[in-house]
Design a protein around this ligand. Structure first.
Ligand code: SAH
Length: 216
């Protein structure tokens, strides 16, 4: 049963037109995927089931959205619920964020989303957090000058850690909130809910959000 499930996952990933199988081949020319009208390129790192990237791509038809997800089983779920006809400007890659600079050229990316990244609560695992000083320089490299990094979490300790890491790595924090869904919060303008977020919000948990950029 388990083996059958895994095989199915690989088949879904191998057969989906939304998958970019060899992302390194597109380094420096991602916009060619979706044609001349494509202006901007946005990434969601750890896109899970892909709901956020789907909604975002529908919002901005002249931008390309790429969901990065390292877990095949989760990614297969994203692929099964997205149709290329409905989301022509959406793609997915099955990769670890550690290798982002192999796939995206310097300054190629307009904006980057981190939504409900794994908290890695133990101190000895802090460098695995997607906002740690291991990852921030990678984002800095692939983001265009003053490209926006947007981060959401339900975890206060991860929020605090992220603010410290951003500052330590020389980023400028533009806006923060400790309750994104509070009425009239300007940070929720144009935002979309992720699958994790739907759950946390329905449990009444506050959502933390940070917007930052690196002045080069
Ligand atoms: N953004 C989604 C999923 C959040 S869970 C949502 O909000 O609903 C975090 C996701 O990040 C998981 O699916 C996990 O597999 C993925 N992830 C964690 N570390 C990663 C890494 N280094 N590279 C790519 N994906 C990663």
């Amino acid at each position: 049963m388990h083996i059958r499930y895994l095989k199915n996952t690989d088949e879904i990933i191998a057969g989906s037109p939304l998958m970019v199988q060899n992302p390194a081949e597109l380094k420096g020319r991602w916009r060619s995927l979706t044609g001349a009208g494509t202006k901007e390129l946005y990434l969601e790192i750890g896109c899970g089931k892909g709901g956020f990237a789907r909604q975002k791509s529908a919002q901005k038809a002249d931008a390309l959205f790429v969901g990065v997800e390292k877990l095949s089983t989760v990614l297969a779920r994203a692929l099964l619920t997205s149709d290329i006809q409905d989301y022509p400007n959406l793609r997915f890659i099955r990769e670890d964020a550690l290798h982002l600079t192999d796939f995206f050229d310097e300054g190629e990316v307009d904006g980057l989303y981190l939504n409900f990244s794994d908290p890695w609560p133990k101190k000895r695992h802090e460098m695995r957090r997607l906002t740690s000083p291991v990852f921030l320089p990678l984002y800095e490299k692939i983001l265009k000058k003053e490209g926006l990094l947007r981060f959401k979490t339900d975890q206060k300790p991860l929020y605090d850690f992220s603010l410290e890491a951003l500052e330590a790595c020389g980023w400028t924090v533009l806006r923060t909130t400790e309750d994104l869904h509070q009425n009239g919060n300007p940070l929720s303008e144009g935002d979309c809910m992720t699958e994790y977020e739907e759950n946390f919000v329905s449990e009444g948990k506050p959502i933390y959000c940070i917007e930052a950029k690196k002045l080069k």
